[in-house]
Design a protein around this ligand. Sequence first.
Ligand SMILES: Cc1cc2nc3c(=O)[nH]c(=O)nc-3n(C[C@H](O)[C@H](O)[C@H](O)COP(=O)(O)OP(=O)(O)OC[C@H]3O[C@@H](n4cnc5c(N)ncnc54)[C@H](O)[C@@H]3O)c2cc1C
Length: 404
Amino acid sequence: MGSGRPQAVHVIGAGPVGLMLTALLQSMDEFSVRLYEKRREYTRTRMVQLAPYLVADSIESYRTDAIDGDSIEALFDPLELEKGLAFRQSMPADLTALLHDWTVGFCPLNAIERSLSDLIDARGSNGLRRSATVISAEEAETMLEPGDVLIDCTGSNSLLRDHLTPGSSGVDDGANTFKIRLEYALVITFLYGQPYDCNEYCKYYKNRDNAQYKFIPMVHRTHYDGSVSHVTGIVNITAEDYEAMPSRFDGQWLRSNFPGVAESMDRFIDKIKQETDGEIIGDLQIVRIPLDLYRARNATNRKWLTAGPSDHPFASSPVFLAGDSAIGSPYFQSISLGFESAMYLAGLLAQHDLPLKGMLDRYEVFMYKQWLRVYMRSKMIKHNKDLFESVDDPLALLDKLHIY
Ligand SMILES: Cc1cc2nc3c(=O)[nH]c(=O)nc-3n(C[C@H](O)[C@H](O)[C@H](O)COP(=O)(O)OP(=O)(O)OC[C@H]3O[C@@H](n4cnc5c(N)ncnc54)[C@H](O)[C@@H]3O)c2cc1C
């Protein structure tokens, strides 16, 4: 740092978050980024949505989420929020334009990945080197030269999360991970040939005859692109259901193997058709996933730095987790949080006068606040979903209310 030579930043994992971080650092002359990715192609077609707060142009518009808004005000100082806003406003125009596009509605995950990847390639390298390779934890440790920065963006099965504290490496998987399983769910997506939007009344009315397996379209997760609506929602399932299902399947498989869920979907979809007189296009696309909320207890290697002298590479160079490797959350919030971690980290690395310890401490505090924010939001959504399941049964509903 400060030698006049660009500082090498190793980014492992070129999913959406590693790509965003690379695009941000590539536009700063003081860094030369090495980006490592094991996949040769971007093939994940699932439709995802980004939070509008990513392109907010004021603190007020950053806080418009019905559940998140108050938490933001409670957790962050106004000055912190203003700095975040100022960083977003200073981002390169090509990147900001992409963010604006993605926050309009749904888009396939691979469209986000490809457009970021293309943008990075089109800009001219500015010291960037990309390698198509699987990196092991040992390789990550040995690639670090003094003064380099290492950022793990390898997703939920993070490469380095459990290597960030001295003594834990390879001994205790999950040592640095705190995880809560909120529920098991089917994520069901379908296309509908008419405009369709959904609010809480609609969710109730269309599920009125579904005692079990209610389909809950996510608010804002219906998107009409001029000819079809993309609808995504979740159905709560039991652990036994989850075990008996393949990871991905279609409506036909569902009908043959879980007719109860299929009938519930039929009732929901029939009511949409009665309202808007459209048809489903193609089949249902279904994935079954555990909805986990987790965080890395340490999102940096600061424990290595305070543990006393050592010749381990993590004892002298900064290591950060960003995106799903640091925090994972259900209910379609993770990429947005990951992008925020990338933006905050890029802003932090750009402050050359910050001592290493200060930099790591600041990142830890930021990530802890993001964790509290998403923890509260996810617990609230889960609680509301639980109440919704019993909304026609006052006694069951009261059992779930802990009022005082
Ligand atoms: C069904 C479903 C729907 C979702 N919908 C939404 C949504 O609407 N909104 C939202 O915000 N989020 C959504 N998510 C979550 C979202 O997909 C993730 O939060 C996001 O992909 C995380 O980005 P990431 O870059 O941190 O990690 P990943 O996308 O997991 O990327 C990690 C990258 O690292 C690479 N890698 C891993 N290990 C190595 C290694 N050792 N060496 C080299 N490369 C490596 C991988 O190949 C991958 O490219 C959804 C998830 C699912 C399952």
